[in-house]
Design a protein around this ligand. Sequence first.
Ligand code: FAD
Ligand code: SF4
Length: 396
Amino acid sequence: MVAAHKKARALNPKSRRPAKELCSECGLCDTHYIHYVKEACAFLNQQIPALEEAAHGRSRDLNQEDDLYFGVHQSMMAARKTDPIPGAQWTGIVSTIAIEMLNRGWVEGVVCVQNTQDDRFEPKPLIARSPEEILAARVNKPTLSPNLNILEEIEASGLKRLLVIGVGCQIQALRSVEKKLGLERLYVLGTPCVDNVSRSGLQKFLDTTSRSPDTVVYYEFMQDFQVHFKHEDGSEEKVPFFGLKTNQLKDVFAPSCMSCFDYVNSLADLVVGYMGAPYGWQWIVVRNPTGQAMLDLVQDQIHTQPVTAQGDRKQAVQQSIPAYDQGVTLPLWAAKLMGIFIERFGPKGLEYARFSIDSHFTRNYLYVRRNYPEKLDAHVPDYAKKIVAQYRLPKN
Ligand code: FAD
Ligand code: SF4
């Protein structure tokens, strides 16, 4: 029997969301679970420590640097599939875990995101019930995706064991309503997420950054300080971060992502990204025993190595603050030179991950302070305040 819970009428797709411009279109408000929006929405009610406690048995220890940065975890490693999945974002560890969980009967369905027939970047969330459907959802849709719009379908389907794949804001809302879904078992496989965009924002980013926007099938902000684009014909294009036309791109990132402090997906059981690993490897954060059990399913299909850290990010972060803030763009030759220098001498491994977290948290802290000063104190978690306090910020 489905757990009794309160319902409210879902919003129609065009109407304004309760979080207004900060809405990340996570999908909750497309369902009758909108009844819980004030509590569940990541942008209306930041409650990461309490949800960490519920999901992992404790909240992160702010006096331990790895906890402070990467959230509650029992282990981290670099990994890659011995036999990568063609067309996956990296080597396809996420899709592989999901397929194994389905094939072995751990779950009856997997919430993931395919793309629509006409647009390779337009997200289409679904509950996949076959390996083929999971595989068809591989690769990032680098746009805000309403993954939780399937919540009513979960309830109606009578599924009892489910895996949800998602990014931080989706997972925060999911964790808040998890007990109301009538599931016997929920597994959460997360990816880190930062600087996401609406579909029209994505077009602007591609148009201003790539030599051939219409043929891009994949892109990633890589650890070598360049954006790597892959095109339909298999060719690669690299654009240095420091050469991005930040003056034109200033407003391209969604306001939700400019005010997000859950880069590392704190509430997933297992997180699979790349930013704490050497180039070409994925980065795995096992948050709790459930996450370990999920990872164990694919141990015979992956190589692993310990995570490492090199360099010192602090100066680079301090210098990035005015660059982000004022939208500074370097000429291409200078951007390339700076990229080569930073790649050779700059932060690597976990230190690169900390660089990326520090520069995004300082930028986002300034954004919230300027645009939503009344939200600042409650919305910024204590771990993020501690990270931001390491840097000198402009006065206003
Ligand atoms: P695959 O096997 O290719 O599977 C990808 C999975 O992602 C699919 O199951 C699909 O359902 C899901 N997915 C695709 N698009 C979305 C979406 N918009 N919302 C929710 N789920 C989606 N990692 C970092 O270390 N640093 C980052 O800054 C970072 N930014 C990211 C930004 C976005 C928008 C996304 C979606 C991911 C980001 N990641 C980041 C994670 C990283 O890019 C890879 O997704 C991850 O390493 C898994 O790779 P894979 O080859 O195992 O995934
Ligand atoms: Fe609703 Fe999600 Fe938007 Fe918050 S982010 S207003 S929960 S759709």
